[in-house]
Design a protein around this ligand. Structure first.
Ligand code: ADP
Length: 327
């Protein structure tokens, strides 16, 4: 029988994502509801090492559900990669009496949580907070929906100007290892081509297709490229297009960090609230070393180790849809 938790810490770590605040709020308020003391750990694992840990109450999380970013700040901590760093972090948590942790972050943060919970007797629960949606064991991650909607809004605007000038735009969205933002935003904006890291980009096929569209006088084309696409991102793709189809009026737009910020969508606020609530329940039930996910609209718990090892895959049908709908 696991020891009952009494004091829990919550932190946001690694890359930020919209909706992290909603998740923090849910953890704090659920913890308080169950009579726990809740602490906010600043700047991810670095705050554990630096003892930058603050008590939180219901009021500390008032008026944040709609705010992007994270009130706890986030960071990448080199020191936490070392056993000495993790020992310092553990000693600080122990001194306060923290006996349960909720980590909101991406796969790197989960790797850290996995190592830490194996080394020490503090159970860790992970919540998938990443715009990339690249974690297995959940249909959605906190921040993905907002990031995609931000990208869609921007791409719609680009289409307006592309249409006015009969231009070809190569638009780069975020996603170093995962093409979900490119795929979803590309389909939702009617992009003619979507290039993602999960598929080897066939540049000849892209050129052929653009030339064929040119012969049909279809001059407005949007190519959405994930930043991690194997061919090298929007600049590289545009360079080749300009070389091979000199008549095309080609422009590049890199959406960049705007995709990380902004008010979280209703969907992200909802999943963050459900996952935050569920993380505290997990700690109370004596679960350890799991990620809380939502699969088919039900809560699902996946070992952190497994969540970081396997990735969500993109089925061929998605790309077939792109091809058919963008002809
Ligand atoms: P994300 O969570 O967004 O994927 P990172 O990959 O930068 O972000 O990971 C966040 C932090 O998690 C790192 O800065 C580091 O402190 C910690 N971390 C990542 N991998 C490990 C590991 N193997 N062991 C210990 N800590 C790790």
């Amino acid at each position: 029988m696991a020891k009952k938790v009494t004091k829990i810490g919550v932190l946001t770590s690694g890359g930020d994502s919209p909706g992290m605040n909603a998740a923090i709020r849910a953890v704090v308020r659920t913890g308080i509801y169950y009579g726990l003391e809740v602490y906010g750990i600043m700047r991810g694992y670095q705050g554990m090492i630096d003892n930058d840990i603050v008590p939180m109450n219901s009021k500390s999380v008032a008026n944040i559900i709609q705010r992007g970013g994270t009130i706890l700040k986030t960071a990448r901590s080199k020191e936490f990669l070392t056993p000495e760093g993790r020992k310092k972090a553990y000693d600080n948590l122990k001194a306060i009496g923290i006996d349960g942790l909720v980590i909101i972050g991406g796969d790197g943060s989960f790797r850290g949580a996995d190592v830490f919970s194996r080394e020490y007797d503090i159970p860790c629960i992970g919540l998938p907070g990443t715009i990339d949606k690249d974690i297995a064991g959940t249909d959605f991650t906190i921040g993905f929906d907002t990031a995609v909607n931000t990208a869609v809004e921007a791409i719609d605007k680009i289409r307006d100007t592309a249409d006015s000038h009969d231009r070809l735009f190569v638009i780069e969205v975020m996603g170093r290892d995962a093409g979900y933002i490119a795929l979803h935003s590309g389909i939702a904006t009617g992009a003619e081509h979507i290039l993602i890291p999960e598929r080897k980009t066939d540049i000849e096929e892209l050129i052929d297709s653009l030339q064929e569209k040119g012969r049909r006088n279809k001059l407005v084309n949007l190519v959405v490229v994930a930043e991690g696409d194997g061919f090298g991102g929007a600049d590289e793709v545009a360079k080749i297009v300009k070389e091979r189809i000199p008549a095309s009026d080609t422009r590049v737009c890199i959406l960049g960090h705007i995709q990380r910020g902004g008010m979280p969508t209703c969907f992200d606020r909802l999943i963050a609230s459900r996952m935050g609530y569920s993380a505290v329940e997990c700690l109370l039930e004596g679960r350890d070393n799991v990620m809380v996910g939502i699969v088919n609209n039900a809560m699902e718990y996946t070992l952190l180790e497994k969540a970081v090892k396997s990735k969500q895959t993109i089925g061929d049908e998605w790309l077939k849809i792109v091809k058919i709908l963008a002809s």
